[in-house]
Every structure is written in C-alpha cells, then in structure tokens.
Design a binder for this molecule. Sequence first.
Ligand SMILES: *[C@@H]1O[C@H](CO)[C@@H](O)[C@H](O)[C@H]1NC(C)=O
Ligand SMILES: *[C@@H]1O[C@H](CO)[C@@H](O)[C@H](O)[C@H]1NC(C)=O
Ligand SMILES: [Zn+2]
Length: 421
Amino acid sequence: MMPAPAERSSRMLLIFLKLLLAHHAFGQQSSESVNVHSILQQDSATHYEDGIPNSLRRFIRWAPKAELHVHVEGTLEPEMMMRFAERNGIPPPYPSVQAARAAYNFTDLEHFLDIYYAGCAVLRTRADFYELAMAYFRCAAASRVIHTEVSFDPQTHLSNGVDFDTIMEGLVDAAIDAEDQFAITVSYIMCFRRDMPLETAETALTLALPWRHRIVAVGLDSSELRRPPRDFESLFNRAAALGFKRTAHVGEEGSPEYIWQALQLLRVDRLDHGIHCLDDPRLVAALNASRVPLTICPISNMQLKVYDGQLRERLGQLIHSGLMVTVNSDDAAYFGAYLAGNYEWLSIAVGLDVRQAAQLVANGFQAAFSLPEGQRRRMVDTVRQLAEAVEAEEAAEAVDKSGGKQEAESSSHRRLLTLRS
Ligand SMILES: *[C@@H]1O[C@H](CO)[C@@H](O)[C@H](O)[C@H]1NC(C)=O
Ligand SMILES: *[C@@H]1O[C@H](CO)[C@@H](O)[C@H](O)[C@H]1NC(C)=O
Ligand SMILES: [Zn+2]
C-alpha cells in the first residue's frame, strides 16, 4: 500500500528539512542561524513549470542544488539597474524597466554582450555589489541552491574606474550574509575577459591575490569567436601556479578546437558551456572518459540561439551521452530564469525523468570546486533519496489516476512548441 498523498508530502518535506539542516550543520555557521522557515516560504515559481509531471516538478523545486555557472553581473534585474543608475548619477541604459526587458531579445552572443556590458556600467560602489549579490542569493535560495560558485568580471569594473577591493568587499560581505540568511555556501570565480587586452587580465590576477581565500578559480568569458584559448596560456599557467582552479567558456559558439585548447593548454578543471563538443566525436569520448564537467546553461543557449533549430536534440544528446553535465542559469536577469527554471525548461525540452534530473543535480555537487568531500557525498546521497521518495510518489499517483501522466506529457510538448516559436 502506498501512503496517502498528505502523508507522502509530509515525508518529503521531512527529508527536505533534514537535508537542509545536515548541509548547514557541516557548514561554517551554527544550525541556529538557518532560517528554514523563510527558505520554505520562498516561492520558486518560474515561467516554465506548466505541464511538467507533478513528481518531477516537486523534485526540481525541493532538491538542494549547486550552481556552478552564474555571472553576478548577469543577475542585475532591470529594477535594480535603474535604481543604481539613479543613485550613482549615471544615465540609465534604458528609459524604463519595460524598455530594458523589451531590449532583451538577442540575436546571438555578441548582441547579448553589448547589452550586458551596458548594464554593468551602473555598478560602482561596494553597496552596489553587495545588493546585487544578495538579490542573486535570494533568488538562488528560492531555487533551493545551497552552494554556488559565482563568476564576476573584474576587468569590466576596473575599466569603469571601480577599485578591485570595492568589488570584493561588496561580494564577500554578501557571501558571508548569504551563508547566514539563506544557508548558501559561496565561492567566487574571477573571469578574465578575452575581448580585453591581456595586460588588464594580468593586473586583475595580481589584484586578486589578497582575496584568494574567497576566489576559488579563474575563468575566461566574453566574446568567443576568433579569440582562441591558446592566447591565454601563460595567464592560466600563472593562475595555476598561484593555486587557482581553472575553468573557461569554450564551445558555446566556438568550435571543438577551442575546447581541446582549453583542456590541453589552459589545463581547465571544468568547461563552461562546451556544448559544441558534440561536433567532434573524439572529443565527446575524451570528455566522457576524463569526466571533466560541462556547466551547461539551457535557457541561455536557447535565448542566444546557440545551435538554433537543433538545441533540443543537442542538449538531449549531451545529457544522454553520459558526460558529466551540470545545469546552470548563466545570466538569469537577462534570460528570464534562475536555476529551477532552467531545470524545468530542460526537463520539457529533452524529456527528463526524475532519475535523470537527479543525476544532473548530483553532478552539480560532484563538479563543485569548493565543497568539502564529506559534504559532497552527503548531498549526492540526499539527492538520490529525494529522487526515490518522489518516484515512489509518482508510482502512487499513476495508480491513483491513470491517464493523468499522458495528459501532462502532451501539454509539456505543447508548451515546448510555444517556447521554440
Ligand atoms: C525579437 O526580435 C525578432 C527579430 O530579431 C522579432 O521578430 C521578434 O518579434 C522580437 N520579439 C520580441 C518579443 O520583441
Ligand atoms: C561514456 O562512458 C561510459 C562508461 O565508460 C560508456 O558506457 C559510454 O558508452 C560512454 N559514452 C560515450 C558517448 O562515449
Ligand atoms: Zn557564462
């Protein structure tokens, strides 16, 4: 006999509470400081949840998650952009919040970056960076993110006349407060911009040294085409010698050759995006064998028209090929979805079941740079337990009302067609 629905829900809620506390007990704060109630109150509703089978939707909502590819500047919502522009006496990039949102209709990566850097120009003070990061942590908590490794682009801000320490003071204060208020552990990834002079990247690396305890890795981002990773080999060697982990945006628009270069010359520990590895079967086999993680960002790829027309097939291929793939939001304020929304969209796009979604969530913990080993194992375990509880519930629901699942699937399909049009 399956338990009654109310009983099943409360059992899952208990599992969720247990794991929240388990996570926190081994974190840096005492468990008294977890505001579990406030976390449960937050609504993780997104645009993409309609039509997902109930069990999967519940799993996505409740599963604790790690996010490994998110740019703090990309979480600048238009309301905050307008407010910062005003208080810093900078002309806002758009006359209104509505105008900003209307402009977020991108033709490709290059078009997006122009709009993105215009938004970055309003970030000037320690308070700006603090509030920006706290707003992201709040949204991440609503997606049940409990560990996040957040990228930032110091060269952008240095070129706007902001001091490196101003950026870091704001970001680090926010990380400390987020650990306390949202039970999220945070580390930072300093991304180099490949479209800016190499000397400015070298300068940023030097300025980062006093903050090494909070910056776990260096990355490489911005405009990819015609800017091969090999140009950054000496910079990455220096970062490696200084003890930073390494990741790089490659194979988002660029060819597999760039991914090979990142692996062999930059000696990266992870790949950001990397979706174009699919164009080279030898590379797919190498990534599969080495278990180098790929931090994919499904809604970002959809909005920036990467693999336009074939994205669903390509994402499905990537996930079903068994590579170490993780799911991430990239630039949530510009692409319209935080982490849970990305899982929901992906679930519809490639037809995930709970077990596959759980594997992706577990991969996020496996691929994290800054989680202690014991906690990594505990989280992977917890995700598996939650998936099992949800699957048991799904089985019970199938008995309760046969036919309902089919209906949910065909409505998912309709929803997907709307999204792709
Ligand atoms: C986005 O831009 C395309 C042309 O590039 C246009 O056809 C489409 O209507 C725009 N969408 C919105 C929501 O403005
Ligand atoms: C990935 O590796 C697994 C285990 O070695 C193997 O079963 C699978 O076929 C590989 N997939 C690809 C695409 O190489
Ligand atoms: Zn990115």
